[in-house]
Each structure stands twice: as structure tokens, then as C-alpha cells.
Design a protein around this ligand. Structure first.
Ligand SMILES: [Ca+2]
Ligand SMILES: [Ca+2]
Ligand SMILES: [Ca+2]
Length: 157
């Protein structure tokens, strides 16, 4: 009798661990038992898998390129347009023709980020040699030590 119970237990354990998906479904890699329809892979909608696996390794749509170190795609026309679009601003690095302000590390900034009170170049060159704080900005806001709101926004995207 004991042996019989042992085999029953084994059988149940094997069943619960051997979770397979229904036909036409795939298991979300990295999860134990999340199954999604195959069509949901790379359909551009995130979080069909709770860990985002279904959209983690997809090619970009035509005309778009993938940001380095990221799964984000941006239109090719956004490269070197002086606005940060990739999470780390990689789309603005090594742009030979920079119409805005060129950081020492090769990052090209839109001219409006020069002397705006936020450090945008990695070494803050964009906030050096700025005219004294004028206009209606509070002196505190002229500090070059403020965290960059743009960067915080990027991280939240
Ligand atoms: Ca999806
Ligand atoms: Ca850009
Ligand atoms: Ca700045």
C-alpha cells in the first residue's frame, strides 16, 4: 500500500511540474506555467508574458532601428536629430554633423539643453561658461548640480 501511495505521489508531482501549454501556445521562457498564444510573440504588445519575454527579442518594424543595450526601436530618422530617444542617448552619439552642442564624449545635444541648468553631457560641459543666471529663473534653479529631469524622464519611459 505504501508503495502504491508513493507512485501516486510521484505521478501527481510529475503532472504539476510537467506543465505543458495547449496546442498553439508557448511557455513564456523564465516562467513556470505562463502560456500565451504564439501570435502574441512580437506583436508589439508587451506583457502578454508577465516578464515581457514575448517582446524581448523581436526585430524592429521596417524603417526602425534597435537602440543599443535596449529592446527599444526608434525610427531611423530620429538618429542624430539632437533629441535623446534611446534610453542612454545612444542615438545621438558620434553624429558627425552636430547642429546643437557637442559634448566631449561625442553626444550631440539639442541647443536648448545648453545652459538649461541640467547636466546633459556626462561631464557637464553643456553647463560650463554659461552666462550668469538671469531672467525669471530662481537662483536655485541655476545650479548645475540638479539631477537632469530629462534623464529621469527617460528612465521612467
Ligand atoms: Ca506580445
Ligand atoms: Ca534622436
Ligand atoms: Ca544642459
Amino acid at each position: 500500500m505504501k508503495l502504491f501511495l508513493y507512485f501516486i505521489t510521484l505521478f501527481l508531482v510529475a503532472q504539476s511540474h510537467g506543465q505543458t501549454c495547449k496546442e498553439g501556445e508557448v511557455l513564456c521562457e523564465g516562467t513556470k506555467d505562463e502560456c500565451i498564444l504564439k501570435e502574441y510573440i512580437c506583436d508589439g504588445l508587451w506583457l502578454d508574458c508577465s516578464n515581457g519575454w514575448d517582446e524581448s527579442d523581436c526585430p524592429c518594424p521596417p524603417g526602425e532601428i534597435k537602440c543599443p543595450n535596449s529592446t527599444m526601436c526608434i525610427p531611423a530618422s530620429w538618429i542624430c536629430d539632437t533629441d535623446w530617444d534611446c534610453p542612454g542617448g545612444e542615438d545621438e552619439i558620434d553624429c558627425t554633423d552636430c547642429p546643437g552642442f557637442l559634448c566631449a564624449d561625442g553626444l550631440c545635444l539639442n541647443a536648448r539643453y545648453r545652459c538649461d541648468g541640467e547636466l546633459d553631457c556626462s561631464n557637464g560641459e553643456d553647463e560650463r561658461d554659461c552666462p550668469p543666471c538671469t531672467g525669471n529663473r530662481l537662483p536655485e534653479l541655476c545650479s548645475t548640480q540638479l539631477p537632469s529631469l530629462k534623464k529621469i524622464k527617460m528612465l521612467l519611459l
